[in-house]
Structures are given as C-alpha cells and as structure tokens.
Design a protein around this ligand. Structure first.
Ligand code: TRP
Length: 329
C-alpha cells in the first residue's frame, strides 16, 4: 500500500489529444503522478452516453488515448492506468448508487441542462445520459480518493458525487465513502489556431501526434494580432493568439526579444511562426518517440496491469459496500 494520498481522474476516449488537452489536463496529471497515488482511467462507458450509436468508434479511440498519455509522459510505473469497462465492479456500484440518487439532483445538473439543448440532434434523451453523473460518482467513490483533479466544467459533477456519498453514508449509517475534494485544474491558456477554444470539432487544433510536416502549413494559417495588418505595423503580444504558445513552448530567455520585436515591428509574424515551429518540433519530438515505442501490445500490457490493480481496490470496496448494505448473500 502506498502512503501517498489517492486521487482519481478519467477522460472519455473521443479522439486524439491536442495541445489544449496537454496544457489543460495532462501536464497536471504528469506532475500529480509524482506526488499522489494516482488512478487514471479511460472512461469508455462514459463515452457511450453520447456515442451509443457508434461503440466501434469508441473502441478504436481507447488505445490511441493510452498512447497519447504515455507519449505525453504518464508513466505506468508511477500511476495506475486502467479502462473503466474492464473493471465490472463499476457497473454494480453504479446500479446501487442509482437506487438512492433522486431524479431531481440529476435533472438540475447544469451539464445535463446545457447539453440537452445543445445536442438535440444526438437524441440524448436517455436514461444513461441523465445518469452520467451517477456513473462518474461511481468511478470516484470506488477508489475513495481524497480529491479529484478536474476542470471547472466538471465541478457540478463533483458536488453531486459528494451528495451521493453523503446520502449513501446516511442511509446505511456508515462513513464508508469519504467525500472527495475538488482539485481544480487551471484552464489551458492556448486557444486554437483560429483564436477560438481549441477543439477537435473546430479543426483548429494541433494534435500531440501531429505529423511534423503538417505543423508549418497549420501555423501559416494561424491567427496572430489582428490589428497588425502589415509587417511594419507594431503588434501587441498581449492580444496575439500566437504569443501564449511561445510562453509555454519557447525558451523563456527568448521571450523579451520576441515581445520587443513585435512591439516595434522589427520582427514579423512569419518570423514568429518559424521560431514557434522550432519550439514545437522540440516539444513534440520526444512525445513522438515515446508514442512510437508504445505499440498496441504495450498498450494491452499497460491496461491489463492497471485493470488488475484497479480491480483489487474495486473488489475490496464492493465487499464493504455489500456489507454495510447487508446485501452480501
Ligand atoms: N466526465 C469527465 C469528463 O468528461 C470524465 C470522467 C468520467 C471523470 N469519470 C470521471 C473525471 C471520474 C474524473 C473522475 O471530462
């Protein structure tokens, strides 16, 4: 047993990861794996809540997600990497918790209300979609973590998780399920190439697995300071869409020079993009190498080992749950 505090987090396998995911989520996980007993999982059942018509697509994205994680620097020796649907205990606990979760809690959930109006075409009027937060509470409570690193958008789900735990404890006169704290992940400062939020559906992203020869064409079309129409117009890094990339990826010693060159128009956006191209190459090269080394067989190995470790904890929790419910036959 590790004496480190435990945390749990998951991601849905809905496509390849981009730099926004890296700076928004994964860079944080990589830090956390040094300090905590981490359980990171592929939330494939959660992906089904919206993609139920295309389970095969989800299946194809699972190994890709694990490869992206390992490429970015998650180390299966330091954290447990597993797949939700391969730890069947999640299904049992989800069922039990669904019995005690009032419908009103779920109907009031802001993510439910938003998505329902946004994704009308997808027909999300399902039992499973309404129950998304119950499944998420299950993923979390199963491992009794002290905290859950998530973005702001997931905080309502975490609040519900605590309510679900509290109700379970109250009904069963137990303290079995601790209420996990928020561990808020700072949002990524990177916007997409077009200045909107970086998102796969906008086609404005740079993937962690982006082929090197596609970087420059993408950067060429990238929005910079829109007030800077000609090279000899002065620019302003503060409002430039590209400058935040330098802040994250370029040697900090070079930043003052970039700022000055932009402000007094001695340095054009094309120069800036060429330098960014170099920084990105340096950043992505080791990721691409680790990705190449992470074969399908290696992914299988990582998941099998991680699923096994997760199952040990999950089986233990389920025994305790059945016991406090007096439902152990
Ligand atoms: N809902 C999360 C998201 O969309 C993914 C997720 C599922 C999760 N189960 C979880 C995150 C448990 C943290 C803990 O990002």
């Amino acid at each position: 047993m590790s004496d480190k505090k435990r945390i749990v987090s998951g991601m849905r396998p809905t496509g390849p990861l981009h730099l926004g995911h890296y700076y928004g989520v994964i860079a944080n996980w990589i830090k956390l794996q040094e300090e905590y007993d981490c359980y990171f999982f592929v939330a494939d059942w959660h992906a089904l809540t919206s993609e139920y018509a295309n389970p095969t697509k989800i299946k194809d994205f699972v190994p890709g997600l694990v490869k992206d994680w390992v490429a970015a620097g998650l180390d299966p020796e330091k954290c447990v990497i597993f797949q939700q649907s391969m730890v069947k205990e999640h299904a049992e606990l989800h069922l039990l918790l669904s019995m005690t979760t009032p419908l009103g809690w779920l109907e009031r959930c802001p993510t439910y209300k938003e998505q329902k109006t946004e994704l009308v075409q997808k027909e999300l009027n399902t039992y499973g979609f309404l129950g998304y937060p119950v499944l998420m509470a299950t993923d979390i409570l199963m491992y009794k973590p002290c905290a859950v690193p998530v973005g702001k958008d997931q905080l309502p789900h975490l609040e519900l998780t605590r309510e679900i735990a509290r109700r379970f404890n109250h009904l069963n006169k137990t303290e079995l399920l601790p209420e996990p704290e928020d561990m808020l992940t700072e949002e990524s400062k990177l916007l997409g190439l077009d200045g909107r939020k970086m998102s796969k559906s906008y086609g404005n992203s740079i993937m962690l697995s982006e082929p090197m020869d596609e970087l420059m064409p993408k950067l060429r079309g990238m929005k910079t300071d829109e007030n800077r129409l000609r090279k000899n117009d002065p620019g302003d890094p503060k409002v430039c869409n590209l400058y935040p990339y330098h802040k994250l990826m370029t040697d900090p010693a070079k930043l003052p020079e970039i700022q000055e060159g932009c402000r007094n128009a001695t340095w054009g956006c094309v120069d800036c993009k060429k330098l960014l191209m170099k920084s990105m190459e340096e950043f992505l090269t080791p990721l691409h190498e680790r990705r190449a080394a992470c074969t399908d067989e290696r992914v299988q190995e990582i998941l099998e080992a991680g699923n096994k470790k997760a199952r040990i904890v999950a089986q233990q929790t389920m025994e305790e749950i059945r016991e406090v419910m007096n439902f152990n036959f």
